[in-house]
Design a protein around this ligand. Structure first.
Ligand SMILES: C[S@@+](CC[C@H](N)C(=O)[O-])C[C@H]1O[C@@H](n2cnc3c(N)ncnc32)[C@H](O)[C@@H]1O
Ligand code: SF4
Length: 417
């Protein structure tokens, strides 16, 4: 683990204590008292596996997928029955993998969730460009999906080739989206690929908005140590120029920066499964954050189904955050939206933000990373770049290490980060 991340963690959490995940869990989950709860469902099947992708995924097989979907519905009822009545939740997101490979069973999952939860802000689902046929889109829409996110990565065959993916035909994409419209159509792109220029990215974004998207996500390429990808990440200076140029371009077109990597063309277009205060995750590799308890389900599909068959939760590891660790987690993900409101912090933690992190906020202002107006801190372009830079360290130091272990062992003894 890098010295920078360790020192930053010690400073911000005001303790030498590392993030300690243990092989234990609570059978009953304390989500009844949580405000602002979001739901996430993971479906890990893909037609073929991309070398660069770090997510929990396996090759699609119909029988295994059906067994998994049955287990998923049982997990939902196991958790949902713990709280009497139906609880309000903000949103529901399906991620993967490629959830649309189970399109015919998404309605069953949504119906199971609706027995226990009232979803107030819509239902999102990730799609692979290979899923964009009229029948699949219609099935998803009839199931209740209102937002879709399509993993384009790049419209240019050169970068698709670098990533080992097939070219995407923008015309048939636009035709399918006109036939079956959704409230939010987001398209994912990866930037900082070798040789990628501002013009490459600009034409991708223009084509996305011209082909039916009202929201785009532009993720920096991350070279995870456990993936087999031969693609190397771009140098820091070049990446910063590219990030600033593409952000400036999107803002000049009047797009709203809804989070550090996302821009929307319409105010109501929104796609984010990451910035919830509390969340419940179902399926393998899904995480749940309930006040101070953070837990991760096993990454192993067979072990997941086995635990559910035995009538048990598929939790692999749990961490119980200290109060400062929880604050840092909250600040990190809230800052992802590029704004932090001190009223939200005080409402959630019952203490003023300035009392807990006044020095760091003053320093961030002095260094030109944030501006402050009426208690709302907003990231500058410089701040957004350094957030990204630190996030890259954090991803490689924490997520890379943890996912690397979880991919090998269904129920590891414990992990210290
Ligand atoms: C679960 S995947 C996408 C859904 C769908 N299976 C697909 O391939 O189109 C979510 C998104 O993560 C992003 N992603 C995957 N691997 C990445 C990496 N190594 N670095 C940066 N972004 C990555 C991609 O933009 C991808 O669309
Ligand atoms: S990028 Fe998408 S299709 Fe490729 S392995 Fe990852 S989840 Fe599967």
């Amino acid at each position: 683990m890098s010295l920078t991340t360790t020192l930053t963690r010690i400073w911000l959490t005001r303790t030498l204590r590392p993030f300690t995940f243990k092989n234990e869990y609570d059978r009953s989950l304390p989500y009844g008292d949580c405000r602002s709860l979001g739901l996430y469902v993971h479906i890990p099947f893909c037609r073929s596996l991309c070398d660069f992708c770090p997510y929990c995924k396996v090759r699609y097989e119909k029988d295994l997928c059906d067994e998994y979907m049955d287990a998923l519905i049982r997990e939902i009822h196991m958790v949902g029955r713990q709280y009497p009545g139906r609880k309000n939740v903000t949103s529901l997101y399906f991620g993967g993998g490629t959830p649309a490979l189970a399109a015919g069973r998404i309605k069953e999952v949504i119906d199971a969730l609706k027995e226990h939860f009232i979803i107030t802000e819509g239902i999102g689902l990730e799609l692979h460009p290979g899923n964009l046929d009229r029948e699949t889109l219609q099935t998803l829409k009839e199931a209740g999906v209102t937002k879709i996110s399509i993993g384009i990565q790049s419209f240019q065959s050169r970068y698709q080739k670098i990533l080992g993916r097939k070219p995407v035909d923008a015309r048939s994409l636009a035709a399918a989206l006109t036939e079956v419209p959704f409230e939010t159509v987001s398209m994912d792109f990866i930037f900082a690929l070798p040789g990628q220029t501002f013009d490459d990215l600009k034409s991708d974004i223009d084509l996305a908005f011209a082909s039916g998207a009202n929201h785009v996500a532009i993720y920096p390429f991350i070279d995870f140590t456990f993936t087999k990808s031969p693609v190397k990440a771009m140098a820091r200076k070049e990446k910063r120029l590219l990030l600033d140029a593409i952000t400036g371009y999107c803002l000049s077109k009047g797009y709203h920066r809804s989070s550090i990597w996302t821009f929307s063309a319409e105010p109501e277009a929104d796609y984010s499964s990451m910035t919830r205060e509390n969340f419940l995750g179902f399926g393998c590799s899904a995480t749940s954050l309930l006040e101070r308890q953070f837990k991760i389900n096993t990454f192993d599909v067979n072990a997941y189904c086995g635990r559910i068959r035995a009538g048990d939760l598929p939790t692999s590891l749990t961490i119980r955050f200290t109060s400062r660790q929880r604050m840092i987690y909250w600040l990190f993900w809230t800052a992802y939206s590029t704004r932090v409101d001190e009223k939200d912090f005080e409402r959630f933690f019952g203490v003023p933000l300035r009392r807990m992190y006044g020095f760091e906020l003053r320093l961030a202002r002095l260094l030109g990373m944030v501006t402050e107006r009426n208690g709302t801190y907003e990231m500058t372009l410089k701040g957004a770049f350094y957030y990204h830079y630190y996030e890259n360290f954090y991803t490689l130091a924490y997520i890379d290490k943890m996912w690397g272990i979880m991919r090998k062992e269904a129920f590891p003894e414990g992990i210290k980060l």
